[in-house]
Design a protein around this ligand. Structure first.
Ligand code: MG
Length: 365
């Protein structure tokens, strides 16, 4: 099988839900890059990447200008070799960031072809360890919501069968964060997991002072308390407070995860395949975490169809985030959370094909 065509589509899709806010961003739209690999065998591979901040056009250009000339004529069975060649085609300016995001979309399309050739969904192709995947919800708990809205939303999620919800932190006064967590804990009771997420807004001193008090509310984890580049600060915080630390959604390399894990700076490894170099590197990070007996809980906003399949095939990947539910219907064969668990897709492939009607309506490039 040889790759004959590389097509891309860039979309800007509005969220059909209340405006989302955290300590760094206000989200009203999500950008998507669909990568399509056509082959002389009649099979078509679909990959995707995404961003809730604008600028994914740079990734599209990387696919068109750097990767497509390498891909044409290649056998996608040589995925690892091709990915390496693509990586070094622009590594002097793009070892991380949008070029890496672009290459992950290409890598998924090559995996999609391998799974379709085997006529299996990704999780069966990899070898499964579970037939459904537990979910937790981030589709609420946003930073600018009132305390009453936080409680109403958390109770609604619990009534739908979720037993774990995430609340954003990073208000200008961290004491207000603590009051909000206390109110949600009181409302949901002690049998529901509450996660917290600062989106990198705190200093180490704030992490120790205010993160140190989250144990009073039995918080499951403190996520991205500080900027992700500084492993040493996270290690110091992880050793100073009782609440476990979760990081990963803005970590781009297995070596950065290795440094976090070896330093004891992370307890929940939130490896996101769409930031790493696709599925192969995600599997390497998951295996690394397993060797330290650490759970992997992949970060997911729109890429849940991919991550539930990886979770179904990875024993230490015990939980997958659920977010941006209003975008579920944009995928061919959507999947859903019911009674706190994701069902698994059954179609052959990795499941990242966006419906044609969505592309037609929201295409910007
Ligand atoms: Mg987060």
């Amino acid at each position: 099988m040889k790759i004959t065509h590389v097509d891309t589509a860039l979309l800007r899709v509005p969220l059909q839900q209340r405006t989302i806010t955290d300590s760094q961003s206000t989200v009203t739209h999500v950008e998507f890059l669909q990568v399509v690999l056509k082959t002389d065998a009649g099979l078509t591979g679909y990959g995707m990447n995404w961003s809730y901040t604008p600028g994914l056009r740079t990734a599209q250009i990387a696919v068109q200008e750097n990767y497509a000339p390498i891909l044409i004529g290649k056998d996608p069975a040589f995925r690892k070799q091709i990915t390496k060649e693509c990586f070094f085609s622009n590594h002097f300016i793009g070892r991380v960031g949008s070029t890496r995001v672009a290459l992950a979309a290409v890598e998924y399309a090559m995996w999609d072809l391998a799974c379709k050739q085997a006529n299996l969904p990704l999780w069966r192709y990899l070898g499964a360890c579970r037939d459904k995947v537990k979910a937790y919800s981030t589709d609420g708990g946003w930073l600018t919501w009132s305390q009453d809205d936080l409680i109403r939303d958390a109770m609604n999620l619990v009534s739908r069968g979720f037993d774990a919800v995430k609340i954003k932190l990073g208000r200008p006064d961290p004491r207000e964060d603590l009051r909000r967590i206390a109110a949600v804990r009181k409302a949901v009771g002690d049998h529901i997991d509450i996660m917290t997420d600062v989106n990198c807004a705190w200093t180490l001193a704030q992490g120790k002072q205010y993160g140190g008090r989250l144990k009073d509310y039995d918080v499951k984890w403190l996520e991205e308390p500080m900027k992700p580049e500084d492993v040493t600060m996270h290690a110091e915080l992880a050793h100073a407070i009782e609440t476990p630390i979760a990081v990963g959604e803005t970590i781009f390399t297995r070596e950065a995860f290795r440094d976090y894990i070896a330093a004891g700076a992370v307890h929940y490894v939130q490896a996101d395949s769409t930031k790493l170099l696709g599925i192969d590197e995600w599997l390497e990070v998951a295996a690394l975490a397993a060797s330290y007996n650490l759970p992997v809980v992949p970060h997911t906003n729109v890429q849940h169809k991919l991550h539930v399949q990886l979770a179904a095939a990875t024993p230490n990947c015990v939980l997958v985030e659920n977010c941006y539910e209003s975008l579920n219907e944009m995928w061919v064969e959507p999947i859903y959370v019911k009674d706190g668990f994701y069902n698994l897709p059954q179609e052959p492939g990795v499941g990242l094909r966006i419906r044609d009607a969505v592309i037609a309506e929201h295409r910007i490039g």
